[in-house]
Ligand binder design. Structure first.
Ligand SMILES: *[C@@H]1O[C@H](CO)[C@@H](O)[C@H](O)[C@H]1NC(C)=O
Ligand SMILES: *[C@@H]1O[C@H](CO)[C@@H](O)[C@H](O)[C@H]1NC(C)=O
Length: 452
């Protein structure tokens, strides 16, 4: 009995097990199918959403690019016509070694021979003739020579004032009509000649002039002569809020991108109505109103006369840049500023490298050199480019141009021939030596006979 029952029971259990397994497989299968399809749904959703976002962004970009000119029109249309030949010819003088000015002067404290080296090096590389004007130690100026109200100035500011007045005097003593004045830490764009040539065409057609161009200007003055100071290297400026309409805008392929442009200049351009896509493409000429620092500016002969009259003959009221700002705002000096400017400071150690922050006598601070220097608002820094221009790999050039010649090798025959020659020469030498010894012995015998 037991065997029959147990056999039935076994069969029953087996079939139950099989049924159970089938159920389990079906369930697992269903779960797997469910997971897979929901995963696929998720992937499809994410992909289509991403695609939709990308499509929307692309659409917006296209719309922005097409509509940008409508959204951000320039406040005043730029001159579209090509300048006449006479204008272009005069502008081409910016290619000469004084950039179309009468001269270029740079101020540098006599002890900063490192900076003088750098300026002379830049001059040689970029075809510019810089004339050195020594900086002045304010404490060395005798009391009688100090201008009226000089007590407003710290000794460093007084020295700075003196050096700039010396530069203005240099213009009066020369036969120049204009002079570009730079400080010794400037950087500029490697395409400086082209940038000034373009500036010249714009200055000749400047819509901000109050008097028409004279015949004399048309013939000899690439930047016109209707200004006293032309700021091309201000640290910052702010336009006259009552006359924000006074702006002459022009496109310049060498202008730094918006991202490379110092925020302050972007802000000023925006205040003059230059927005959006136009930032990073154009420069603006505007009346100088609040230009800070004296790192780079040009003066005319009339400008030098007015500056010496108002900032020396009549006395001074503040540090030189602040004093010039006062005269500009009072309207007794006429100036323009170019934004973004064409000169910027080359910084190697932050403010501590400055010679007019009261640190000029602290020579214990060692500079880290020009290696890590930088300047802002420059598309192609002349100082960085110079290093590349002078870069030489002589041995690579030699290897590339002059193929290596193998050393001449001798055949076995030639080698044997040479060995034979050497052997003969040795024998010959031996004979000579022996003859000589023999001769010496003979001489000694003769001497002995005579001496005896
Ligand atoms: C460069 O051109 C200007 C403008 O014509 C001129 O005054 C100046 O003398 C020239 N400089 C040189 C070095 O020839
Ligand atoms: C640079 O200018 C000075 C002053 O005008 C002049 O004496 C000198 O010859 C010029 N140097 C060169 C290399 O042209």
């Amino acid at each position: 009995m037991t065997s029959a029952v147990s056999e039935k029971l076994g069969k029953f259990l087996d079939s139950a097990n099989v049924r159970y397994r089938r159920l389990e497989w079906a369930a697992t299968d269903a779960v797997a199918r469910l997971k897979w399809s929901s995963r696929r749904r998720l992937v499809v959703t994410v992909a289509s959403t991403t695609f939709a976002i990308v499509l929307a962004l692309a659409g917006l970009t296209v719309a922005y690019v097409t509509l940008a000119d409508l959204i951000h029109p320039l406040p005043y249309a730029m001159e579209k016509t090509a300048p006449p030949l006479s204008t272009r010819r005069l502008a081409a003088r910016a290619q000469n070694e004084t950039l179309g000015f009468g001269g270029i002067a740079y101020l540098s404290m006599p002890y900063r021979s490192d900076r003088q080296d750098a300026i002379e090096l830049l001059g040689s590389v970029y075809g510019l003739n810089f004339t050195y004007i020594p900086g002045v130690d304010g404490a060395a100026i005798t009391d009688k020579a100090k201008p009226l109200h000089h007590y407003w100035l710290r000794p460093q500011e007084l020295g700075c004032w003196r050096a700039h007045v010396d530069a203005w005097r240099y213009l009066l003593e020369s036969d120049f009509e204009t002079l570009l004045v730079l400080e010794d830490d400037v950087d500029f764009d490697a395409n400086i000649h082209d940038i000034f040539e373009l500036l010249s065409t714009q200055m000749q057609r400047n819509r901000l002039r109050t008097t028409p161009q004279t015949q004399h200007e048309r013939r000899t003055a690439p930047y016109g002569l209707d200004w006293d100071v032309l700021y091309v290297g201000q640290c910052s400026d702010r336009s006259n809020e009552n006359r924000l309409d006074l702006v002459h805008i022009y496109q310049d392929p060498n202008v730094p991108s918006r991202h490379e442009t110092f925020d302050h200049f972007v802000g000023q351009l925006q205040s003059l109505g230059i927005q959006g896509r136009n930032l990073g493409k154009v420069r603006a000429i505007a009346p100088a109103w609040s230009p800070v620092c004296t790192m780079g500016y040009a003066i005319t002969r009339k400008g030098a006369e007015r500056l010496i009259l108002d900032l020396s003959y009549r006395g001074i009221t503040a540090a030189i840049d602040i004093d010039i700002i006062r005269k500009l705002q009072q309207g007794i000096i006429r100036g323009y500023s170019i934004t973004p400017p064409l000169f910027s400071a080359w910084r190697v150690d932050g403010a501590k490298d400055s010679d007019n922050q009261g640190l000029e006598n602290d020579q214990t601070q060692l500079g880290s050199g020009n290696r890590n220097g930088y300047s802002h608002s420059m598309k192609t820094s002349a100082r960085k480019q110079m290093v590349k221009l002078l870069d030489l790999h002589n041995w690579d050039d030699v290897d590339r141009v002059i193929p290596r010649r193998p050393f001449p090798t001798m055949t076995a025959e030639q080698e044997a021939e040479e060995a034979e020659e050497v052997r003969k020469a040795q024998i010959e030498q031996k004979e000579i030596d022996e003859a000589w010894i023999k001769r010496k012995l003979e001489m000694a015998q003769i001497m002995e006979q005579w001496g005896g």
